[in-house]
Design a protein around this ligand. Structure first.
Ligand SMILES: [Fe+2]
Ligand SMILES: [Fe+2]
Length: 297
């Protein structure tokens, strides 16, 4: 029912989004991060000038290096130079790390565990993409999935619930009510947000990420991560994100605002063409990375 409402209320979503924009409550990027982000908007950005800008933010540089040197990335040699890290991670991952870094404190303050949920979801989404690509290579490309950009999957995983920050800051009084109802009624947060605010965190996150000039391959899966069946473009990527979100909750890593674990979207398994064996192998690969979540602390 909720999804039908969403599908039928596209116009009011646009209206609401412009209202949120006018309230100027959208989290903004710190100056240095904004400059880096602007520099990366061009196709021909210079690694050298981004490296230079980053050197002004010691903690950001340290985080980037910690991520690139984490066992999750598994590069054979230790990477010491920020310029080398920029090349290895690529513009989109770098940008999503920058955005999530600036939202990091806010995330920690507004929803304990949301940060861990987001980072583990990013690891998981990337792993699912890598596993699907490997399977397709062996079995011949699956007509639905094709090749999935695993770095894009990482970026959308990292930012998928960032809309919850807007709810926590823009709709302060409602935010507490929403989480209380979700906990007491054991219902998905997204449904209660929609009932109370006529907008939900997936839609707000989509707006925010679009505003920050990340590509559609990142913001469209975010828009549909709870309603994969409604996605047109990047449906596979939305399904990857839906599965990653589900696994992160099911494994009890971090906290996404409600103890209620939402079911996997009915279409996700079909779109990805996977069975329980595939899911088990993904879990085996990612579970050890739960110890990697300290890299941003
Ligand atoms: Fe979500
Ligand atoms: Fe989530």
């Amino acid at each position: 029912m909720n999804s039908l409402n969403k599908a039928g209320k596209k116009d009011s979503l646009d209206e609401l989004i412009s209202t949120v924009k006018k309230t100027e409550n959208i989290p903004t990027l710190p100056k240095v991060l904004l400059k880096i982000s602007e520099e990366m908007n061009g196709d021909n950005y210079s690694i050298k000038s981004i490296g230079e800008l980053m050197s002004h933010d010691v903690s950001l540089s340290a985080r980037i290096l910690r991520i690139v040197n984490s066992p999750f990335y598994g590069f054979p040699q230790r990477i010491y130079s920020i310029n080398h890290a920029i090349v290895l991670l690529g513009a989109n991952v770098l940008k999503s790390i920058i955005i999530s870094t600036s939202a990091f404190t806010l995330m920690k303050e507004t929803m304990e565990g949301l940060w861990e949920h987001s980072l583990f979801c990013a690891f998981t989404a990337k792993q699912i993409a890598v596993a699907l690509n490997a399977r397709n290579k062996i079995n011949g490309a699956n007509k639905n999935t094709g090749n999935i950009d695993s770095d894009i999957a990482f970026s959308s995983g990292l930012l998928h619930d960032i809309g919850k920050i807007i709810i926590a800051t823009t709709f302060k009084e409602n935010f507490k009510k929403i989480t209380d109802i979700a906990i007491n009624d054991k219902r998905p947060l997204v449904d209660i947000e929609y009932e109370m605010l006529n907008v939900s965190h997936d839609q707000l996150g989509y707006m925010l990420i679009k505003e920050w000039n990340l590509p559609a391959s990142v913001y469209l899966p975010i828009k549909y991560h709870h309603n994969v069946h409604l996605a047109d473009d990047y449906k596979t990527e939305a399904a990857v994100l839906n599965l990653a979100d589900f696994l992160t909750q099911a494994l009890g890593i971090g906290y996404s605002g409600s103890p209620h674990i939402e079911k996997i979207n009915g279409e996700t398994l079909k779109i990805l063409g996977i069975d329980i064996g595939f899911i088990k192998s993904v879990i085996e690969e990612i579970y050890s990375f739960k110890d990697e979540l300290y890299i941003f602390d």
